[in-house]
Write a protein that binds this ligand. Structure first.
Ligand SMILES: Cc1cc2nc3c(=O)[nH]c(=O)nc-3n(C[C@H](O)[C@H](O)[C@H](O)COP(=O)(O)OP(=O)(O)OC[C@H]3O[C@@H](n4cnc5c(N)ncnc54)[C@H](O)[C@@H]3O)c2cc1C
Length: 461
């Protein structure tokens, strides 16, 4: 178990990334770790050593202590009903009332679960975190009174769901000490499980269609931040791996929405959007960056999609890459490495471009296409951008640098495999060879124009 701020901990590649170390997340991570490499990311801290969490008698003290980083995070529904969610390892089991009762066989069946597997799993849980309490005079009197009031039969003490009155289970032991779901981590294979505390997952990363999520895309990792505001990316080992959201009833749908999965009216533009690929370009400076936009069905693949995509091309990158053969078969691609941002000046160019893009998004003329609650690369939202808040001035470029690295993609203008004066001469003759020329985009040191095809067409002519 590590703190997300621990600079000595470096996430490896995992078979499973479990988001949320709560009631479901802890037993899931423990189980998966028997066979697989697992990372469990929890936004809260440890319940252990915090008597507000561990002691039954501090339940209400803990519940009412709702600060910005406390184990209980308060929220109020739009109807005005106060409520609470967990922000601590163990999740709800670290802040709740601890009463324990199995679902009925009918409910298990309705959930589509195998009855005997469910029973074996209940027992697996119960061996570690539950017991039947010894009743004191108040609870015993309440029990007798229920029966007297006709809530029968008397089912004794049981974890099962049965009509009538029963003494149920509790996750508090007889001394009143809480046994949260994180106690189930005793079942884990510690060599296979890394747990990060205070790791707030912000985004699920997807590969496939680029910035727009389409059916068939796959998640390949998550982005999380630590309490110091530093963000990190952690990745799955291979295509068999999965990100599993266990962030709870509010947290999991919230993360899906933030990552672009959900109802279109919460994710896309308020106004209709035409179908267009790039038609307008902003050239910020010679060899600075080129900013273009594409929108609608042409770029999303979804008819009527109210979405657009603003891209920045780091023009004339100073980083350079390599191309080598990986087989003797010409049908195989050669092995290509671009070394993106190898030269730090390319990262600075990207940062400058993202700053411009944010000003574009915040411009009045763009208002019809953005929601106030839409997030920005540098943090904050369209309605309250971090870039307008002096408190973020010192860190904003670091945040954008991380964004540049994480959102890095291609716009296909690769060039430079057969450079003039290195592979060909100024008449495009291959150096040292007779009767052989190269005439195409591979001869360019920089991709010409904002986009290369005009110059390549011209060159051919
Ligand atoms: C005060 C209270 C009393 C209750 N009493 C009982 C009771 O007596 N008996 C009972 O059966 N049920 C009770 N419940 C309900 C029960 O505790 C919950 O239904 C259950 O714990 C939910 O489990 P979960 O796995 O869905 O979510 P949780 O256990 O809440 O787990 C979600 C976890 O994900 C983490 N998380 C969320 N977002 C992120 C993110 N972006 N990045 C990283 N981590 C994240 C959270 O910090 C949390 O630890 C009570 C609940 C409360 C709040």
């Amino acid at each position: 178990m590590h703190e997300a701020t621990d600079s000595k901990f470096h996430p490896q590649l995992y078979d499973y990334i479990v988001v949320g170390g709560g009631t479901a997340g802890c037993p899931l991570a423990a189980t998966l770790s028997q066979k697989f490499r697992v990372l469990l990311l929890e936004r809260g801290g440890s319940p252990y050593g915090n008597p507000n969490v561990t002691l039954r008698d501090n339940f209400i003290v803990n519940y009412l202590n709702q600060g910005s980083d406390t184990p209980v995070q308060g929220f109020v529904s739009t109807e005005g009903v106060p409520n609470a969610r967990a922000r601590v390892l163990g999740g709800g089991t670290s802040i709740n009332i601890g009463f324990y009762n199995r679902a009925s066989p009918q409910v298990i069946s309705d959930l589509g679960l195998d009855g005997s597997l469910a029973n074996a799993s209940f027992r697996w849980v119960e061996q570690v975190v539950t017991s039947v309490p010894r009743l004191g005079p108040y609870q015993a009197a309440f029990r007798r009174s229920l029966i007297k009031a006709g809530v029968t039969p008397d089912n004794g003490a049981s974890y099962d769901f049965q009509v009538g009155t029963q003494t149920g289970g509790t996750i508090f032991d007889d001394q009143g000490t809480r046994r949260p779901a994180s106690n189930l981590l005793v079942y884990a294979n510690p060599r296979n499980l890394d747990i990060l505390l205070h790791a707030q997952v912000e985004l699920i990363l997807f590969s496939g269609s680029g910035d727009f999520l389409l059916a068939g895309d796959r998640s390949y990792g998550v982005k999380y931040s630590d309490p110091l505001g530093r963000t990190r990316t952690t990745l799955l080992k291979n295509l068999q791996g999965e990100v599993i959201l266990c962030a709870g009833t509010l947290g999991s749908p919230q993360l899906l929405l933030l990552s672009g999965v959900g109802p279109a009216n919460q994710l896309f533009s308020p106004s209709p959007v035409e179908s267009a690929l790039a038609q307008v370009v902003g050239i910020t400076a010679p060899f600075g960056n080129f900013i273009e936009a594409a929108c609608g069905v042409a770029v999303t693949g979804v008819p009527g999609a109210r979405a657009g995509n603003i891209i920045e091309k780091v023009a004339g990158p100073l980083s350079s890459g390599t191309l080598v053969l990986q087989s003797k078969n010409v049908r195989d691609n050669p092995l290509v490495t671009f070394n993106y941002f190898q030269d730090p000046r390319d990262l600075q160019t990207c940062i400058a471009g993202v700053n411009t893009i944010e000003e574009v998004i915040l411009a009045n003329s763009f208002r019809p296409f953005v929601y106030d609650n839409q997030t920005l690369p540098s943090g904050g939202t369209v309605g309250a951008p971090n870039r307008r808040n002096p408190a973020f001035a010192a860190t904003i470029n670091t945040t954008i640098a991380n964004y540049c690295r994480e959102r890095l993609t291609t716009i296909w203008h690769y060039h430079g495999g057969c450079l003039v004066n290195q592979v060909v001469d100024s008449d495009y003759r291959v150096l040292g060879i007779k009767g052989l020329r190269v005439v195409d985009g591979s001869t360019f040191k920089y991709s010409p124009g904002t986009i290369p095809q005009a110059t390549i067409l011209m060159l051919g002519r």
